[in-house]
Design a protein around this ligand. Structure first.
Ligand code: CP
Length: 321
């Protein structure tokens, strides 16, 4: 396994979920696999969960970890091509990426959407540089368009908490004061389409996700109708895709509250965190027993550990030749 961006990078999701359960029940079983192997975690954007869960997963596998916060710790990196580098960025990504590949065995990269040009964000220029030029396996720690480690953890969490074989899962837009990327909802939809769930997406007009993600997915304009009979409510804000990067609404009637949760089938509440209380979700809901945001975050260690384990196994196989 040389790359983790899409669910297909894992092969069978059923097998990946079984592996995740095994990793969770015996997290130190593969300590020898990561011996003398180094994970580099590179952040162009802030993180709490991804940073800490990735380190924990790597330590569980016996790996060494280097963390670089690009905006604070290194040279400022130029990411545009063909520019005259006479500004404040002394190093180009084109050299920095293969250099970083010399110091580690696996690289994880976090690089959010910039909301300048949609085509640029959706072509994943920074992540692709690492895939093409680092020379080592690359894990997305959330890119412009996807957050696969989050979605894998979300899928595991739903599997653990579901009360029926095929639960109704609702992804609902909720208000937020800042323009947020579509990476989490895109990935969530992409993964849920492959899972044994009944998925509904609800959002105000203008917040349609890219057709490549929404193709074949049930959309319900009325949030209350969408919530009816739901087993899981997954709340998230995202900025507009069609009016790219714009905030079209901050309508707090879309906040998830107790009255809306009462319409569901005693649904569990999920969010990737960080979450804005009383914007995305009311205190009463996130503090209730329905909320599973903490076990959801805990599963981020498991999703990363499965991905790292698969990559370390591939590296070990290559070394045997
Ligand atoms: N959910 C998530 O990726 O959290 P962080 O941004 O804190 O890593």
């Amino acid at each position: 396994m040389r790359r983790f961006l899409y669910p297909s990078d894992l092969g069978s999701l059923k097998a990946a979920l079984e592996e995740a359960k095994a990793v969770k029940s015996n997290p130190y079983a593969d300590q020898a696999l990561g011996r003398n192997k180094t994970l580099l975690l590179l952040f162009f954007n802030s993180s709490l969960r991804t940073r800490l869960s990735s380190q924990r997963a790597a330590y569980n596998l016996g790996m060494n970890v280097i963390v670089l916060d690009v905006n604070k710790d290194g040279w400022q990196l130029e990411t545009e091509f063909g520019v005259i580098m006479d500004g404040d960025k002394p190093e180009h990504l084109r050299e920095a990426v293969p250099v970083m590949g010399q110091y580690c065995d696996i690289i994880g990269v976090r690089s959010f959407a910039r909301f300048e040009k949609r085509e640029d964000d959706y072509s994943e220029p920074i992540l692709q540089q690492f895939i093409d030029y680092s020379g080592v396996p690359v894990i997305s720690l959330e890119s412009a368009t996807r957050h696969p480690l989050q979605s894998f953890a979300d899928l595991l969490t739903i599997e653990e908490y579901k009360q029926v074989e095929r639960p109704k899962v609702v992804l609902t837009w909720a208000p937020h004061p800042r323009a947020l990327p579509q990476a989490v909802p895109n990935s969530f939809v992409e993964w849920m389409k492959l899972a044994d769930v009944d998925l509904t997406v609800t959002h105000p007009a203008g917040y349609e996700l890219a057709p490549e993600f929404m193709d074949g997915v049930h959309y319900e304009a009325d949030q209350k109708k969408a919530f009816a009979g739901a087993d899981f409510i997954y709340a998230k804000n995202w900025a507009s895709y069609n009016s790219y990067g714009q905030i079209l609404s901050q309508d707090r009637s879309w906040t998830v509250d107790e009255a809306k949760m009462a319409l569901t089938n005693k649904a569990r509440f999920m969010h990737c965190l960080p979450v804005r209380r009383n914007m995305i979700v009311s205190d009463a809901v996130i503090d209730s027993e329905a909320s599973i945001v903490i076990p959801e975050a805990a599963n981020r260690v498991v999703s990363m550990q499965v991905v790292l384990k698969r990559m370390l196994q591939s590296i070990a196989e290559d070394e045997d030749f």
